[in-house]
Design a protein around this ligand. Structure first.
Ligand code: FES
Length: 88
């Protein structure tokens, strides 16, 4: 899918660039400008910048925790104790 039509940048290229930046600089805030720099390009009209921000956010978001296959079901009434909620 083309994200930036001015530079013909695909979603996969942006995700790859984000991974490379993150691998090299794990504590860096990744901005659209940094993604463009990684790709050796520069934005033109800027319409795509919000979409690039979303893709960066999605790429950086931790994956949801997985539940073991045979975990116990939570009780029917959810607990209000936050320490008990962390179990699920
Ligand atoms: S669509 Fe990306 S700079 Fe124009």
């Amino acid at each position: 899918m083309i994200v930036c039509s001015c530079n013909v940048i695909t979603r996969a290229e942006i995700e790859t660039a984000v991974r490379r930046i993150h691998r090299r600089q794990p504590n860096t805030l990744i901005t659209p400008g940094l993604v463009y720099k990684e790709l050796g390009l520069a934005p033109d009209c800027g319409v795509c910048l919000c979409h690039i921000c979303e893709l960066v956010h999605q790429a950086e978001a931790p994956s949801p925790p997985r539940l073991a296959k045979h975990t116990r079901r939570p009780s029917a009434v959810p607990s209000r104790n936050p320490s008990q909620l962390e179990q699920f």
